[in-house]
Design a protein around this ligand. Structure first.
Ligand SMILES: Nc1ncnc2c1ncn2[C@@H]1O[C@H](COP(=O)(O)OP(=O)(O)OP(=O)(O)O)[C@@H](O)[C@H]1O
Ligand SMILES: O=P(O)(O)OC[C@@]1(O)O[C@H](CO)[C@@H](O)[C@@H]1O
Length: 305
């Protein structure tokens, strides 16, 4: 079974207007709300690929209920721990072809709520796949992803991680099987500048060889991605197109990699599918569909390095 973990989900409130004038009353031209958070997005994209998963994590209050109702409505299984405090709301503002984001403050996770979540992870079994994705609620310690990856590996569960900053820096020590930092997150991880592809490859190789991470996929928005891992080293170009709404592009890339790897066990195919999925999401109003991804696949060029 595949499980996604979103410790800090959100309602994504997506607002479009022609221009945003700070300090004035602005009125949106269109807006909508959807269940967000990186793990939830991975579940939603997997679902569009015809792959079932169960969404785990924490939800609370009326905003949390919106998320569980939303997932129930689109028939994605979920088993969240209920919190006393409300799940956050993240504002995604699209104005004058620029995208800005204000991600809300996370609710507090009490110790008993955290323990209830760990109990769910403890029940996962050999062969299960868990995708841990997104930021940590500020009440949790920065090493919880590291602890979860270590615990899951003990259970022979495949642990995949998509996060950034200190939680990523801690968790790589537990050697997750797959990570997908973007190039900014990679630079932050090594506290350095990433100026070109050679820098990306050098740092990604360190993660693969020294931290024993099987697959490192560094996404670089419209510049595509670089893969370093058991499948070698390769650069993948992104298809050309107009970015309409890039929220969830990275999550789509994660879902694309897992989906394709599961069926092909071929790193090149999986990395290609990841890039096509990321771009298909960037080019559409919401998350990609399988048809959109497969239409873009021929435009992803792979250069082995
Ligand atoms: N403007 C774009 N044009 C083409 N493809 C894009 C564009 N933006 C994103 N992508 C695709 O999506 C993938 C992931 O994008 P990106 O590197 O921005 O990830 P991310 O920073 O994790 O994204 P996000 O946080 O917005 O979900 C890229 O590897 C690329 O394939
Ligand atoms: O604050 P985090 O957890 O880093 O990111 C949360 C978030 O921006 O990520 C998703 C897109 O990747 C959105 O659905 C969601 O609002």
């Amino acid at each position: 079974m595949i499980y996604t973990v979103t410790l800090n989900p959100a309602i994504d409130y997506v607002v479009s207007l022609e221009a945003f004038h700070p300090g004035e009353v602005n009125r949106s031209q269109s807006d909508y709300k959807e269940a967000g958070g990186k793990g939830i997005n991975v579940s939603r994209v997997l679902d569009r690929f015809g792959v079932q998963s169960t969404a785990l994590g924490f939800v609370g209050g009326f905003t949390g209920k919106f998320i569980t109702d939303y997932l129930t409505e689109i028939e994605i299984e979920h088993d969240f721990v209920s919190l006393k405090q409300d799940t956050r709301i993240n504002v995604k503002l699209k104005a004058a072809s620029e995208e800005s984001e204000v991600n809300g403050v996370s609710p507090t996770i009490e110790e008993d709520e955290y323990q209830a979540f760990l109990l769910k992870l403890e029940q996962l079994k050999k062969g299960d796949i868990v995708i841990l994705a997104g930021s940590l609620p500020s009440s949790l310690s920065i090493n919880v992803y590291q602890e979860m990856v270590a615990m899951l590996k003990q259970q022979d569960v495949i642990a995949i991680l998509d996060t950034s900053g200190a939680p990523l820096a801690e968790a790589i020590n537990a050697s997750p099987s797959f990570i997908k930092p973007n190039h900014h997150e990679l630079a932050e991880l090594f506290d350095t500048e990433v100026k070109d592809d050679q820098d990306v490859i050098r740092l990604a190789k360190q993660l693969h060889q020294e931290q024993q991470i099987d697959h490192v996929l560094v996404s670089m928005a419209k510049a595509g991605a670089i893969y370093v891992g058991v499948g070698g080293v390769m650069k993948l170009s992104a298809p050309k197109g107009t970015a309409v709404h890039s929220v969830g592009a990275g999550d789509s890339a994660v879902a694309g990699f897992i989906y394709s790897w599961q069926t092909s066990e071929n790193a090149e195919e999986a990395a290609k599918y990841a890039v096509a999925a990321g771009s298909a999401t960037a080019f559409s109003k919401t998350l990609c569909t399988k048809e959109e991804v497969e239409a873009l696949l021929p435009q992803v060029n792979v250069t082995h390095i």
